[in-house]
Structure formats: structure tokens, C-alpha cells
Write a protein that binds this ligand. Structure first.
Ligand SMILES: Cc1cc2nc3c(=O)[nH]c(=O)nc-3n(C[C@H](O)[C@H](O)[C@H](O)COP(=O)(O)O)c2cc1C
Ligand SMILES: *[C@@H]1O[C@H](CO)[C@@H](O)[C@H](O)[C@H]1NC(C)=O
Ligand SMILES: *[C@@H]1O[C@H](CO)[C@@H](O)[C@H](O)[C@H]1NC(C)=O
Ligand SMILES: *[C@@H]1O[C@H](CO)[C@@H](O)[C@H](O)[C@H]1NC(C)=O
Ligand SMILES: CC(=O)N[C@H]1CO[C@H](CO)[C@@H](O)[C@@H]1O
Length: 399
């Protein structure tokens, strides 16, 4: 038996019933039924659902969560997001600034459930032109003591065609989240630019925004100037493809960066994206880190891969602050890395983020984390004298 049998402290009848279901047929469909219930009760998730999923291997647990988002009648939040959280950017309206980061819904299966969970926007992908398997398993590791994950999925993707059809269907719905598509390159591809251009052409008509990455730090053999030229080549070509799209509204193009960049590299990137022909519409800061902070305790801390979650939090906030200053606040930033509370989100916003994303805290805490962060952020904004998110953006960096 994997889950405790006694009813939740709150004593609500519905919960007790569900807990029983989960208990009786663990491993069967009833488990999904348990996961499917989104009644907004944080304790239920904390005490029953999350402890259960933590016993599964992390990739199974991830698949289960995506399954839940895909099939579940997640109860829609009836309460609208508070006005303080409404954010307008790139001519898109976000009911709140809390988004799901890339890598959770890689294949665009759970968009409706994720919307109902309360995310203001959802980033699909990374999606590669051709389907690919990714790395051998195991490739995801939970560092529970650290509230962190290490992953080396290696971009398992069902490919453009399959993901395109799913995003297109969702896009036609009226009640949906803002949807971004994170474009990847195939492992075997010799030309990253071509893969990203293919992504722009495929998804440019249906995505609300597009993302490409320059996340791989310290490419061996590439020195400063060379790197800068390569980056310029990449961005200018992808932007050109975006600008050539025959659509009523061109989708904003964002660049996602690693937190492991040297001061020099950050300066280079800032200088490049401020140039006319390389002027991206936004930056996502940041991807996972390849560094391993001293503080890590989890058994899996020496696994190869990108580290996310709490240990990444301050590293990525610093990176946001640096990039915001280096770009003079002229390019909107989506702040991501270790956000698990309203305070964490607020720190990212003060450092320069206009929107915030999360992944790892959602994996550890489940859907209730989204609602909690929104509630806390609304409160914190008010306590600090801000009427909305945009007023607080970069406030700390400007001082
Ligand atoms: C299991 C896993 C898979 C990820 N896959 C992708 C991906 O495919 N593309 C991408 O741009 N970022 C990916 N990321 C990075 C996240 O989008 C995010 O930048 C990072 O996890 C930091 O946020 P967090 O600390 O809230 O998790 C992945 C992260 C995790 C944990
Ligand atoms: C946020 O507040 C400012 C006034 O301080 C206002 O101009 C802006 O329209 C508000 N933004 C949104 C999205 O409501
Ligand atoms: C922004 O949105 C408004 C209405 O939502 C529309 O009229 C306008 O053309 C849009 N602007 C751009 C640049 O897409
Ligand atoms: C993110 O970081 C990891 C680890 O450094 C890297 O393998 C990956 O290519 C980066 N990019 C994306 C889009 O995840
Ligand atoms: C998903 C994806 O395409 N990731 C790429 C990010 O950028 C680096 C190069 O900077 C590639 O090596 C990754 O494959």
C-alpha cells in the first residue's frame, strides 16, 4: 500500500472517498482518478497525492502528471485572477504572470488541464523538427532534500508535425492559456539555424510566442568573438524567417539562455540582442544550471545534466538582474529558476522579470502551488505599494 488510509484532517467527505479509491487500487486507473481531482485543496495534495507520486521513479511520475493534465476534468478555478496580476506584453494579455516552463508539456498534451490549473501561460516543447528519442533512461533524478531535479532528457520529442496538430487544435479554443512554443534542434542536425527556421515556419502561425535557445554554455573550441558572430548569425536568420511570415500578427521571438554564462558572455549576448538585426522581443532567463552548488545533499547530485529548482533560484535571479541592466531594461524578460512562492516570483520581478515561469516546484507540489503563488504575489504587491506587476518590474535593478 502506497498511500495512507485515514481521511484528510479537513474531514471533507469527497476527499475521504477519493483517498480510499487511491488506496484500494494503487497502480490502476483509480490512481489517476485520485490525481485527477483538482479541488484546490493544498493539504490533499501535500499529504496524499504528492507523497504517492514521489515513490514512483521521476519519469513515470512526470508521465502521470502529464496524463492527469490531459485526461482530467480539472475543475476550473471559478475565481478570476486578481487585477493586480493582469499583465500585458507583446500585445498579449496574460490574466496572471505565472507560466509553466518548457519541458513539462513537451508534446503539447496537457494544455487545457494546465490552463485550468491556473497558469497564465504555458510553454510547449522543446520540440524538434523530426521525432527523436532523447537520452537513455534513467535521465531524470529527484533531489528531494534539495527541492531540486537533475535532468538529461536530451530533448525527446514527437517532432513538429504531431505537436503542431495538437497546438493548432488548442489554439482554436476560446478559453485557453497563452501558448508559447519552445523550438529545439535535432541531435543529428548539423545546422541549428535551419532547425529553428523550420520551427518558426511551422509554428509561427499558431503560437502566441516562440523560443529558441543558446543555452549550451562553453562550447569547447569557440572563443569570444567567434561565439558572438555565431550568435548573431543564428538570431538574425531566425528573425528574418519570423519577419517573413505571412500572418496578421508576427509572433514575438524569445531567446532562452543558461545561467552559467561568464560576465563576458552576458555582455556579448546583451550587445548582440540590442542590435537592430538581432533584436529579439524577449529573453528567458534561465535554463537549468550545469553547476553543482556546495549545498546539495541529494544522492543524485553528481548525475550529469541540468539542475533546476531551489538551488538554482538565486543563481537565476542574479542572471536576470545582470541581463536587465546590460540591456537597459529594453527587452522584456521571463524569469525562471526555483520559483516556489509568491516571494520568489516577486524577487524575479524586482530583478527585472515581466513574467515568471516554473517547473520544479510544480513537480514537487502539484497544481496547488500555482494558486498559492498567485495569492501570495497579489498580497506582496499590495503590501509593497504596487497596484500591478508591471509597476514592480526591475524596481530593484533601477535603484
Ligand atoms: C525535467 C525537465 C525538463 C526540461 N526540459 C526543457 C526543455 O525541453 N526545454 C527547455 O527550454 N527547458 C527545459 N527545462 C528547463 C525549464 O524550462 C526551466 O528553465 C528550469 O527547470 C528552471 O526552472 P525551475 O527551477 O522552476 O524548474 C526542463 C527542466 C526540467 C526539470
Ligand atoms: C498597471 O498599472 C499602470 C499604472 O501604474 C497602468 O498604466 C497599466 O495599464 C497597468 N497594467 C495593466 C495590465 O493593467
Ligand atoms: C494589438 O492588439 C489590438 C487589439 O487586441 C490590435 O488592434 C492591434 O492591431 C494589435 N497590434 C499589433 C502590433 O499586433
Ligand atoms: C539547457 O541546459 C542543459 C544543461 O546545460 C542543456 O543540455 C540544454 O541544451 C539547454 N537548453 C535547453 C533548451 O534546455
Ligand atoms: C532543445 C535544443 O535545441 N537545445 C539546444 C540549445 O542550444 C544548444 C547550442 O547552444 C544546443 O546544443 C542544444 O541542443
Amino acid at each position: 500500500m502506497l498511500v495512507k488510509t485515514e481521511g484528510p484532517r479537513s474531514g471533507m467527505r469527497g476527499h475521504r472517498q477519493l483517498t480510499a479509491l487511491v488506496t484500494v487500487t494503487v497502480g490502476g486507473t483509480a490512481t489517476f482518478a485520485g490525481l485527477c481531482v483538482w479541488n484546490g485543496n493544498e493539504n490533499f495534495y501535500r499529504d496524499y497525492v504528492m507523497p504517492f507520486t514521489k515513490r514512483l521513479d521521476p519519469e513515470t511520475s512526470h508521465q502521470l502528471a502529464v496524463f492527469a493534465m490531459k485526461h482530467c476534468l480539472i475543475k476550473k478555478q471559478h475565481k478570476n485572477d486578481p487585477e493586480s496580476l493582469a499583465t500585458k506584453l507583446w500585445n498579449l494579455s496574460f490574466s496572471n504572470p505565472i507560466g509553466l516552463a518548457a519541458g513539462f508539456d513537451k508534446q503539447a498534451e496537457g494544455m487545457q488541464g494546465l490552463h485550468r490549473t491556473g497558469f497564465g501561460f504555458v510553454e510547449i516543447g522543446s520540440v524538434t523538427p523530426e521525432p527523436q528519442e532523447g537520452n537513455d533512461k534513467p535521465r531524470v533524478f529527484r533531489l528531494s532534500e534539495d527541492n531540486a531535479i537533475i535532468n538529461r532528457y536530451g530533448f525527446n520529442s514527437e517532432g513538429h508535425e504531431v505537436v503542431y496538430n495538437r497546438v493548432k487544435d488548442e489554439g482554436e479554443k476560446k478559453d485557453r492559456a497563452v501558448i508559447g512554443v519552445n523550438l529545439g534542434k535535432n541531435k543529428m542536425s548539423s545546422d541549428a539555424t535551419q532547425d529553428y527556421v523550420a520551427g518558426v515556419n511551422k509554428f509561427g502561425k499558431i503560437a502566441d510566442y516562440l523560443v529558441i535557445n543558446v543555452s549550451s554554455p562553453n562550447t569547447p573550441g569557440l572563443r569570444g568573438l567567434q561565439k558572438k558572430a555565431e550568435l548573431e548569425h543564428l538570431i538574425s536568420n531566425v528573425l528574418e524567417a519570423r519577419n517573413a511570415l505571412n500572418v496578421p500578427k508576427l509572433p514575438p521571438l524569445l531567446l532562452k539562455i543558461a545561467p552559467d554564462l561568464s560576465e563576458e558572455e552576458k555582455k556579448d549576448i546583451a550587445n548582440v540582442v540590442l542590435k537592430n538585426n538581432c533584436r529579439v522581443d524577449g529573453l528567458i532567463v534561465s535554463n537549468t544550471t550545469i553547476s553543482r552548488p556546495e549545498s546539495l545533499k541529494g544522492d543524485s547530485k553528481d548525475e550529469i545534466g541540468g539542475l533546476s529548482g531551489e538551488p538554482l533560484k538565486d543563481i537565476s535571479t542574479k542572471c536576470i538582474r545582470d541581463i536587465y541592466r546590460l540591456t537597459n531594461g529594453q527587452i522584456p524578460i521571463i524569469g525562471v529558476g526555483g520559483v516556489a512562492s509568491g516571494q520568489d516570483a516577486f524577487e524575479k520581478i524586482l530583478a527585472g522579470a515581466s513574467l515568471v515561469q516554473l517547473y520544479t516546484s510544480f513537480a514537487f507540489q502539484g497544481p496547488p502551488v500555482v494558486r498559492r503563488i498567485k495569492r501570495e504575489l497579489d498580497e506582496i504587491l499590495r503590501l509593497n505599494g504596487y497596484t500591478n506587476v508591471s509597476e514592480a518590474v526591475g524596481r530593484e535593478s533601477r535603484k
